[in-house]
Design a protein around this ligand. Structure first.
Ligand code: F1P
Length: 350
């Protein structure tokens, strides 16, 4: 029988299509409900994978709408709410696959009840405690994940926030909207055609330490790819802003280091400098990039080019499934069952 985690990684693009259709039916409603908050700062929050969705979502949301936003760990919302909300000109967007993680439920409760902050839950579970705590919710009645480790839900929840941003934007964003409709098929094709290639990289048993580097919308992805590697393969893995790696972490780089660099059009000239540097330190490098960045990737050991014509905001939908494969196949190469991660449960409660 196929692994649940692998099945959920591979079916995700079909879920985005369903999500997109469903979200289109809610468009008018969204404008009426949320446009009134456009002068507030939106706080995207979550725990674990959902925090990393928040990091990427905050970047995409502000880029599309021009509305100010920040990503904050749900634990900070509970522990230091007066710092997160110095006044009540905020909106809280708690993100959670289960909708039952203790910190996220408490964060929503505290923000709404004690600070009078409007709350909009984003969750894969419509009947959850979190949704019950919030004033509004964007939920998905499909592709419920069984796996402990979260995979497909990351990009489905991100898609819903990008869709919300497009609805709230004053611009028609024709290009982005058309990219959104074509990317599920493009992403699925890229993912499946690189499955064996990634399996081969993941099988290199000299690799001990894993590093994931990204800027802008790819920073949340870098953290998420590192978390997948930790959860599924019980390895040392870190995510950084690409250029931050030069400020200290590079001292740990050896010939047993694997580094994945996710390039962005916005930062290409600076980000590309890391590729030869990582090689000089002895690391094995995988570079994910688009055709406009091709001239910078010669020095990489492994490279995967995404289809032409997508802006940086859409790159997560191509890059992340590849890195989820990497975590999955690394676990398999180490003889670990990714469906039963050590010390983890699907939901963390206390
Ligand atoms: C958040 C989360 C997951 C993590 C683990 C425990 O869950 O931290 O990201 O992989 O399985 O829970 P949720 O609040 O999004 O349901």
């Amino acid at each position: 029988m196929d692994s649940v985690t692998l099945t959920e990684i591979k079916r995700q693009q079909k879920g985005w299509k369903e999500a997109f259709k469903y979200l289109e039916t809610k468009s008018e409603n969204v404008k009426v409900k949320f446009l009134k908050y456009k002068n507030r700062t939106w706080i995207f929050t979550g725990c674990g994978t959902s925090l990393y969705i928040a990091q990427t979502a905050s970047y995409c949301f502000t880029k599309i709408t021009g509305i100010q936003s920040k990503a904050v760990a749900a634990s900070e919302v509970i522990i230091s709410p007066e710092i997160v909300f110095p006044n009540n000109e905020f909106v809280l967007v708690p993100i959670s696959r289960s909708g039952t993680t203790t910190e996220i439920v408490l964060a929503a409760r505290k923000s709404g009840k004690e600070f009078s902050i409007p709350t909009i839950a984003v969750s894969c579970t419509s009947e959850s405690e979190l949704v019950g705590e919030c004033d509004n919710a964007i939920t998905f009645p499909f592709q419920r994940e069984e796996s402990v480790v979260m995979t497909g839900s990351f990009l489905t929840m991100l898609l819903s926030i990008i869709h919300l941003a497009l609805e709230l934007s004053e611009d028609t964003n024709e290009k982005l909207r058309s990219e959104l409709t074509t990317l599920p098929d493009g992403s699925e094709k890229l993912m499946l055609s690189n499955e064996l290639y990634i399996k081969g990289i993941a099988g290199k048993l000299n690799l001990i330490e894993f590093v994931f580097l990204g800027q802008g919308p790819m920073y949340g992805l870098a953290n998420e790819a590192a978390l997948k590697m930790q959860e599924m393969t019980i390895s040392v893995a870190q995510g950084y802003n690409t250029l931050e790696y030069r400020h200290g972490p590079k001292s740990t780089c050896t010939e047993n280091t694997f580094a994945a660099v996710m390039l962005s059009d916005n930062g290409i000239n600076l980000e590309a400098k890391l590729i030869p540097e990582l090689k000089d330190f002895g690391a094995s490098t995988l570079v994910l990039y688009s055709d406009t960045e091709r001239e910078h990737v010669n020095k990489a050991d492994f490279k995967i080019e995404i289809p032409k014509g997508y802006t940086d905001l859409m790159k997560p939908f191509f890059y992340l499934p590849l890195l989820q494969f990497l975590g999955y196949y690394r676990a398999v190469a180490k003889g670990i069952n990714p469906d039963s991660p050590k010390n983890l449960t699907q939901v963390v409660k206390f």
